[in-house]
Design a protein around this ligand. Structure first.
Ligand SMILES: *[C@@H]1O[C@H](CO)[C@@H](O)[C@H](O)[C@H]1NC(C)=O
Ligand SMILES: *[C@@H]1O[C@H](CO)[C@@H](O)[C@H](O)[C@H]1NC(C)=O
Ligand SMILES: *[C@@H]1O[C@H](CO)[C@@H](O)[C@H](O)[C@H]1NC(C)=O
Ligand SMILES: *[C@@H]1O[C@H](CO)[C@@H](O)[C@H](O)[C@H]1NC(C)=O
Ligand SMILES: *[C@@H]1O[C@H](CO)[C@@H](O)[C@H](O)[C@H]1NC(C)=O
Length: 915
């Protein structure tokens, strides 16, 4: 443990507070009757004893000391505060409660019949080692009885006559039932959606160190996203302040039940608190890039570097520790010498109260720290000031340094609150691994998956756990990472995270295994109250739990090139002409590949016999490779780092082909996940916006663009952005209407020139005008990035106006399309295709506010509406990290389409020859 020569005065936070050395007079006046046990057990009555004693002294005659001018009442209140200061919170008990403190009178008991239940604990008798390894867990058939907001019974065939007569019976029909999902990192309510400046209460940016602010004071119960999140089975979220500040303020775990429709008495944040008794407090801290970027002012104040940030932390801890020490001294003196001896009140300072409480071990600290230096410095602070940390969040590099985590102060090392595969967005997120959770768990540490909502849509936080399972975390550990693990880290492990008697009745019944692609709740209960009155239930076959496969082969880090290879275990092929539909009842086909070509599919006995390299697959799939459309792949390596980025321009029309930079990690990973091509346009105002001509590139095997095949098409489409927020930044002069008008003017001008020149080439074939002439001539697609229904309508009108003025039909594609389902028929009629990016909008911006978030809240999502209307749909990606997930996104489309989209068709949406 590192020792610092100039360590600040300490205050204990873990164990009992050590008594300061008693002042010499103390012994004379009162024998040491106050044992430590009394001090901690009997503090409540202490106030009274001291008061009585004082009264006695006062009435016994003149006092030795000058009479104090301090208020007796206030001094007594201060002494009671001493008891509070030294209180060590315990995890609140679950069992033994008659009713949940959150229970609302009048709500009837519920019996959920015939469910396949995930209890959240291994079978009795499972050893600690086996339990850690994820063994001994199982889905069991049971009924679940909930009453007074608590789970009362989890048993097979509960007899109805043994229950209250007004019990509501709900048939789960054998479907899977878990506890409510817990998201340990959310900004729901403080960073409301759609994002509006007036509603942004994420970071208190008046200062870098703001332990004194509280997320509860800005939490909007009516943030619609709170409902959307719940529709993904999430019943509890820790709502943290943002990560702009080194010390961001207090956080609160809430449940996602708001107001009368959710069975509550009122709309109130206090009503949403997961633990109304507030046994524990919570605080957000953050290291790394943010604070120095947000606050530092060179020559004026810090932090401008990580060095300065550590100073900010240590200085804050020192200040709070000093306050604690002064309080402890005051309390010790008041207790030993009596209040009449006090010539001051208890030192208190609201500014440092919460941080003082943190150092006293009453606050669960959650710190956003990515990199090794950040983690190590923070662990250093925990040991300098003796406080523990519950979890490092974002924590991308924790998997590299388990030993540093184990050095943190306190009995248990911090958990790592992670994304499954969202990374590369800034320098501190550049090093990361989708196998981080697995690696941490193998090192004896706890991975937890979180959303950072709205960074990820917390509705799908369980999908993060599902991906972690896909990346090798054992099934039970993956489920624990969004249930029992966060419950324990919140200090609520006896109330949340399990389906057992005594636990809060937060229950989800799923339409398919929660760790399978596209899983959605059928119904959600919070404290025993069903949350959806009329939930949309997708038609899905009830298949039961997926195979919790127990072996996992870590893929090779680098791709290798082989001349000949044979794959066995192919269950499904979607290679045109080689579809398995033509060879049904085969789940173990062999595919032989020689010199880059498929030479055999089927039994292939000759190739199998001759094979030098064989790979056996489980449930192998053969598909065309995927294409990443609309990302910045090839133009950017680290999103937030200018030096790695082609940049963005709202005025300079350009060609992606002129800005390509190959050889990036993103491209390498794209290839690794089956994405061999990317179609990339220059950015307009940033990621997810486009302006200029896109290029088609191959993702792997090329160091630079001159290598043969690196660029498969120089010019793919001509892109403009009419997305409301961004459109104003362009040549339209600050209005959306101006942006539409300007694009129309340019197109009509191109029509005019086209007619006048009758095909004459211009001097600059690469100018905006030249490309637009190709567009109006129908030779190049026009891709318009826009989300709102009316924005899309503008694009359709433009198309018509330009076509009427010219002679050719325009090929128009919409990118974005959050609200495209509202104009699905019009899109179909105009033969305009949509590249949904993202596939599942969650109304992040105003112009996406009518996006469909899916079952159980809405009947399908945009893709379903578009497919029904006959619109050609592709799946794009707004952010580059999604490149790993394209196959999974196709899976979601397929699984949740109720049979409208065939698996092969869904794969076409991420692979076909779009444009
Ligand atoms: C801090 O904790 C260490 C043990 O972890 C202990 O030795 C030390 O006395 C503590 N310091 C204070 C001031 O409580
Ligand atoms: C439970 O559900 C399964 C699957 O739907 C069904 O086969 C079984 O009959 C049900 N059992 C009872 C007792 O309802
Ligand atoms: C969803 O919409 C489709 C098409 O309009 C309709 O056929 C279906 O019944 C709807 N499902 C539900 C559960 O409302
Ligand atoms: C699949 O086929 C290959 C080659 O015919 C054979 O070696 C292998 O044992 C088969 N595996 C299964 C699970 O049937
Ligand atoms: C086409 O180009 C030729 C040669 O540059 C020029 O003479 C002619 O006027 C042009 N035609 C039109 C319609 O601009």
């Amino acid at each position: 443990m590192p020792e610092r020569p100039n360590a600040a005065p300490y205050s204990a936070s873990g164990g009992p507070v050590p008594s300061p050395p008693p002042p010499s007079r103390w012994r004379r006046r009162r024998p040491a009757r106050l044992t430590r046990a009394l001090k901690f057990v009997g503090l409540a009555c202490l106030g009274f004893i001291v008061y009585a004693q004082w009264r006695q002294i006062s009435s016994a005659g003149p006092r030795r000391n000058q009479p104090s001018l301090l208020s007796v009442d206030k001094l007594q209140a201060d002494l009671q505060t001493c008891a509070k200061l030294h209180k060590k919170p315990q995890d609140p008990a679950g069992l033994g409660r008659e009713r949940n403190a959150r229970y609302v009178d009048g709500h009837k008991p519920t019996l959920i019949r015939n469910a396949t239940v995930w209890v959240g604990e291994p079978a009795e008798g499972t050893s600690v080692e086996d339990a850690w390894a994820g063994k001994g867990y199982a889905w069991v058939n049971a009924d679940v009885y909930i009453e007074y907001g608590l789970i009362k019974k989890v048993e097979k065939d509960i007899a109805l006559k043994s229950l209250a007569s007004d019990t509501h019976v709900w048939d789960a029909k054998g479907r899977q039932l878990t506890t409510g999902i817990i998201d340990m990192h959310s900004h729901a309510g403080v960073d409301s959606l759609p994002e509006l400046e007036g509603n942004d209460d994420t970071n208190e940016m008046s200062a870098d160190i703001t332990p004194y602010v509280r997320s509860i004071d800005g939490l909007q119960p009516q943030d619609h996203q709170i409902q959307v999140i719940k529709s993904g089975g999430v019943t509890t979220s820790l709502v943290l302040p943002g990560s702009g500040n080194n010390i961001g303020g207090e956080a609160y775990p809430i449940k996602h039940a708001v107001g009368k429709p959710d069975g509550r008495l009122e709309i109130s944040v206090a009503d949403m608190l997961a633990d109304p008794d507030r046994n524990w407090r919570y605080m957000k801290m953050a290291c790394g890039e943010n604070a120095k970027r947000v606050y530092g002012k060179v020559g004026e104040h810090g932090p401008v570097s990580r060095l300065g940030e550590s100073w900010e932390f240590r200085h804050a801890f020192e200040t709070a520790a000093k306050l604690n020490r002064a309080q402890d001294d005051w309390c010790a003196q008041a207790e030993s010498r009596g209040l009449e001896s006090m010539d001051t009140y208890l030192p208190q300072d609201l500014k440092w109260e919460s941080l003082g409480a943190a150092l006293r071990g009453q606050v669960h600290i959650n710190a956003h720290c990515y990199t090794i230096p950040d983690l190590e410095a923070f662990v250093d602070h925990t040991n300098e000031f003796n406080f523990s940390i519950r979890a490092f969040h974002h924590a991308h590099q924790t998997y590299l340094v388990p030993e540093i985590l184990k050095r943190a102060w306190g009995p248990t090392p911090p958990a790592s609150a992670l994304f499954a595969d969202n990374m590369w967005y800034k320098a501190e997120a550049y090093i990361g691994s989708e196998y981080a959770g697995k690696t941490l768990w193998e090192a004896g540490l706890t991975p937890i998956y979180v959303s950072d909502n709205p960074v990820l849509n917390a509705q799908h936080v369980v999908f993060e756990a599902a991906k972690a399972f896909g990346y090798g975390l054992p099934y039970a550990v993956a489920l624990a990472s969004v249930t029992t693990a966060p419950a324990e880290r919140l200090g609520m492990g006896e109330r949340l995270g399990k389906i057992k008697p005594g636990y809060d009745a937060d229950v989800v019944v799923w339409d398919s295994d929660p760790l399978s692609v596209g899983a959605a709740p059928v119904q959600v209960w919070i404290d025993g109250t069903a949350q959806f009155e009329d939930p949309v239930e997708l038609e899905k076959p009830i298949k039961g739990p997926i195979d919790p496969k127990t072996t996992f082969d870590m893929p090779e880090d680098e791709p290798s090139e082989v001349a000949d290879v044979v794959f066995t275990g192919i269950a499904t092929s979607y290679i045109p002409g080689l579809e398995t539909a033509e060879a049904p009842n085969q789940d173990n086909l062999t595919v032989a590949i020689s010199k880059g070509k498929i030479v055999c599919i089927g039994a292939c006995p000759t190739e199998l016999a001759a094979a030098t390299r064989r790979v056996h697959l489980q449930n192998g799939y053969l598909t065309k490779p995927f294409t990443a459309f609309g990302s910045l792949l090839g133009l950017n390596a680290i999103d937030a780092e200018d030096g790695t980025d082609n940049g963005h321009s709202t005025s300079q029309f350009s060609r992606a082909a002129d800005g390509l930079r190959l050889g990036t990690k993103k491209l390498r990973y794209a290839h690794r996940y089956g994405v061999t091509r990317a179609i990339t346009a220059p950015a307009f105002t940033g990621a997810g916006t486009h302006f200029g001509v896109s290029a088609g590139i191959r993702t792997w095997g090329h160091e630079h663009v001159l290598e043969a095949g690196a660029v498969f098409r120089e010019d793919v489409a001509v892109h403009y952005t009419l997305q409301e927020e961004a459109a104003k930044a362009g040549s339209g002069g600050g209005t959306v209407s101006g942006a539409v008008g300007m694009l129309r003017k340019k197109l009509l001008q191109a029509v005019g020139e086209e007619v006048a020149r009758s095909g004459n080439e211009t001097t600059d074939a690469f100018s905006e005008e030249a490309y637009l002439r190709r567009v109006v001539h129908g030779e190049m697609p026009l891709a318009i990035t826009v989300h709102s229904a009316d924005g899309i309508a503008s694009a359709l009108k433009l198309k018509k106006q330009v076509e009427e003025a010219g002679q050719a039909e325009l090929t128009v594609v919409v990118i974005g399309g959050a609200e495209s389902h509202l104009v699905a028929d019009e899109l179909a009629e105009a033969k305009v295709g949509v590249v949904l990016s993202p596939l599942q909008s969650y109304r992040t911006s105003w112009d996406q506010r009518r996006a469909l978030t899916g079952a159980p809240l809405t009947n399908g999502t945009a893709v379903d509406g578009l497919v029904r209307a006959g619109v050609v749909v592709a799946v794009g990606l707004e952010e580059d990290w999604v490149v790993r997930d394209l196959g999974l996104l196709a899976g979601i489309v397929w699984r949740n389409s109720e049979g409208r989209v065939k698996e092969g068709e869904a794969l076409e949406m991420v692979g076909g020859e779009c444009l």
